[in-house]
Write a protein that binds this ligand. Structure first.
Ligand code: AMP
Length: 316
């Protein structure tokens, strides 16, 4: 079945807790200063194409909140976004010719250092929960406040693997799925081989491990099976920032749209996630994610089908 995008009206809400940032990014193709970024922002921009999104996060009093209006218009509920005194989270990164790996030049936590997520009452029963890339201690605090979600997924990055390793390993006991890129999987598990790395993570608790390999596609490891989806072969990748969060937004949004979390649905969701990641990198910030339509997404998902369709002459 083709994973065409379902109407958001019947969809289940997705709760996301993540960073809402100002990013300054340099790529071989240009520079962007203090643009809308953050794991929660990219995730919401992507997932809102499929399902209602409930965003929880924090910004400082210097944040241009009016720039989040397009998200609200797309069905992202911002009731859980706190604005407090202080400076917003800022991330400065650079990509050289290898666009698969970001070099972090600066991480300014700002108001994130004192943030304690407070999940609004009306968000606590969301059946789909995504703990986007933030401090694992905050990710754990979110889980104490939600009521029996059907699927809890989390993301992380090198910054937290280095600074909050015990908390991250504790978190693994409480999530159904983790998404991380190949470098992060190797760093977390100390296994170079990704199959061994995935096994190590599965042994810590999650039932599914999604390892993204940038332009080389993504693996989904479960206890009994492995699935692989290629990345869309884009002719020009402009800015890879947010690809991972947009992938996760497409993946979770698609599952929430259908309410189906079978293995078959998850495989389709990996392809939808890959399609959303491919859109995110076409422009700086979340610009492209906000421009695209359902028809654009469906067309790209069809192109993924073409990408891997072949006749098996060996069977003849
Ligand atoms: P990715 O999808 O992995 O490219 O994530 C990119 C986003 O992660 C950027 O918009 C950053 O603002 C955000 N980010 C970078 N470092 C951190 C961090 N330590 N914690 C939370 N978010 C971060």
């Amino acid at each position: 079945m083709t994973p065409s995008v379902s109407s958001t009206s019947a969809a289940h809400p997705v709760l996301v807790v993540g960073s809402v940032a100002l990013d300054s990014v340099e790529t071989p193709f240009g520079k962007a200063d203090e643009v809308l970024g953050g794991s929660g922002t990219f995730f919401s921009s992507s997932a809102s194409h499929f399902a209602p999104v409930q965003l929880v996060g924090v910004v400082g009093d210097d944040y241009p909140v009016e720039k989040l209006a397009p998200l609200a218009e797309r069905g992202v509920d911002l009731a859980g976004l706190e604005k407090v005194e202080g400076t917003s989270f800022r991330w400065r990164g650079r990509y050289r010719h290898d666009l698969n790996s970001a070099e972090t030049l600066e991480t300014h936590l700002g108001v994130f250092s004192h943030f304690r997520p407070n999940i609004p009452e009306q968000f606590r029963r969301a059946p789909f929960v995504f703990l986007a890339n933030i401090d694992p201690r905050l990710q754990l605090q979110v889980l104490e406040q939600v009521e029996k979600p059907r699927l809890v997924a989390c993301d992380t990055m090198n910054f937290w693997i280095e600074s909050r390793r015990p908390e991250l390993i504790e978190l693994l006991k409480h999530v159904d799925l983790i998404t991380l890129n190949d470098g992060e999987a190797r760093q977390l598990t100390e296994h170079t081989n990704l199959v061994q790395a995935a096994r190590w993570i599965l042994d810590k608790g999650p039932k599914h491990v999604l390892i993204k390999k940038g332009e080389h596609g993504a693996f989904m490891f479960n206890r009994e099976s492995v699935f692989f989806a290629p990345a869309y072969p884009l002719e020009s990748v402009f800015d890879p920032t947010g690809a991972g969060d947009s992938f996760a937004g497409g993946f979770m949004g698609y599952l929430a749209a259908t309410g189906d979390i079978s293995e078959r649905a998850m495989r389709r969701a990996v392809v939808v996630g890959s399609a959303m990641g491919s859109f995110a990198v076409e422009k700086f910030s979340n610009t492209r994610l906000l421009e695209i339509t359902r028809a654009d997404i469906d067309a790209r998902v069809q192109e993924f089908r073409q990408l891997v369709a072949f006749d098996s002459e060996l069977d003849a």
